[in-house]
Write a protein of this length. Structure first.
Length: 335
């Protein structure tokens, strides 16, 4: 049933990993959701269960092109997010962040919609300040392999703040730190999906570098709560605001935890560290806690177990076809 406070909400990138959970949660809250996606890294499977919902609509569209619709709120999550995927076609990655943001900001300006940008901890680059606080300007290599994503997202933040200053748009910028959970694309090369799939297949765990680099992993449900709280915060609250789990682990610790939780026979295999791979990452979430009353609830072990179960049941359900398809998919970039 739609409620009286129901809004028309556009989720760009709604068929992706995070976007599909966001669409689901907004529908549960009684809103009308338009998912706009070009299915570059997103999948129909992520949103199949929503297709028959009377207030859910899907539009295949690339946000690099103008979009004329009516809406009350816009979440911009459209952008490939894993290094493997965003480096596959780096020019398209930058276009998506820059041209795509301009179009959605132009749309927000015309229809007077509130607009939220899914920015990233990558705007801090390989940080010299630890943990990362929102006032830190970052340390990004503007000409490296990660720049299409990092600089694209930095430019998107600039655009959001200029539309805010120049046209008084109601903007929200969330800096999202590494988030994981069921529905992560098995082929996206991110560390959590890679390690779980390798562990379930008893294959070597590919640790890049010596595994001493750190990340802080946020479970998807926690992240979605943070995004919605930010969108619902007062007009004066533009962000940027860090959303992530402050528990920091080395990549080697993560590999060992996944081996333990899956009971796998896998061994760690060290591989070369990719260019500009950040050495340390942990969010300072005091701002999110103070302004939104938000902090993550799901511990790594619990979130990993849910994610492991997801991949296990996807392996088992369609054996042997699914097994082959994941093996094939992990060798192919991108989907
Ligand atoms: P994802 O790749 O699963 O989702 C991105 C979605 O955007 C996909 O459905 C893809 O098809 C769509 N898309 C890409 N380019 C598009 C375009 N030009 N037009 C329309 N749709 C397009 O990634 P995700 O993990 O769900 O990330 C969602 C957003 O959150 C991204 O903007 C990402 O940068 C940001 N983010 C994610 C994380 C994380 O750890 N998952 C961390 C920081 C930031
Ligand atoms: N735009 C859009 N939908 C709208 C309004 C604008 O996609 O409903 C796009 C349009 O392509 C435009 C961009 O947003 O180029 C920026 O709009 P803005 O009004 O800021 O600038 P201008 O139209 O002057 O270029
Ligand atoms: N990583 C790894 N093995 C893998 C995939 C990633 O050791 O199979 C490392 C990667 O080098 C980085 C960290 O894990 O230090 C997180 O990588 P991911 O691609 O998930 O996200 P990033 O934070 O780099 O965007």
């Amino acid at each position: 049933m739609k409620n009286l406070s129901s809004k028309r909400i556009l989720v760009a990138g709604g068929a992706g990993f995070l976007g599909s959970y966001l669409c689901e949660r907004l529908l549960e809250q009684g809103h009308e959701v338009l998912c706009v996606d070009n299915f570059y890294t997103g999948r129909k499977e992520n949103i199949l269960h929503l297709m028959n919902h009377p207030y859910f609509e899907v539009k295949r569209h690339d946000i690099c092109f103008p979009l004329y619709i009516e809406t009350d709120e816009i979440y911009n999550l459209a952008c490939p997010a894993s290094p493997l995927h965003y480096q596959f076609d780096p020019v398209q990655t930058t276009k998506t962040s820059v041209h795509g943001s301009i179009n959605l900001l132009g749309l927000a300006k015309r229809v007077k919609a509130k607009i939220l940008q899914a920015s990233t901890s990558e705007v801090y680059g390989d940080p010299r300040v630890h943990p990362q606080v929102e006032t830190y300007w970052g340390n990004v290599n503007p000409i490296g392999q990660r720049a299409c994503y990092d600089e694209g997202k930095r430019c998107a933040e600039t655009l959001f703040f200029d539309y805010h200053r120049q046209y008084h748009l109601n903007i929200k910028v969330a800096r999202i730190f590494n988030t994981y959970g069921p529905r992560m694309h098995p082929n996206d090369g991110r560390v959590v999906s890679n390690f779980i799939i390798q562990a379930l297949q008893n294959k070597n765990m590919t640790v890049y570098g010596d595994g001493s680099q750190t990340r802080s992993f946020c479970y998807v449900d926690d992240l979605i709560s943070g995004l919605i709280l930010l969108m619902e915060s007062g007009n004066e609250e533009t962000g940027p605001i860090n959303l992530g789990n402050p528990h920091e682990f080395t990549i080697l610790e993560l590999a060992e935890e996944v081996i333990r939780l899956t009971g796998s026979k896998s061994k760690v295999e060290f591989k070369p560290l990719p260019q500009d791979d950040p050495a340390l990452r942990r969010p300072d979430i005091q701002k999110a806690n103070k302004i939104l009353g938000w902090r993550p609830k799901v511990e790594l072990k619990e979130g990993l177990m849910k994610t492991i179960e997801y991949y296990k049941s996807n392996f088992r359900k369609n054996l042997p076809r699914q097994k082959n398809s994941i093996v094939r998919e992990t060798e192919k970039i991108p989907a």
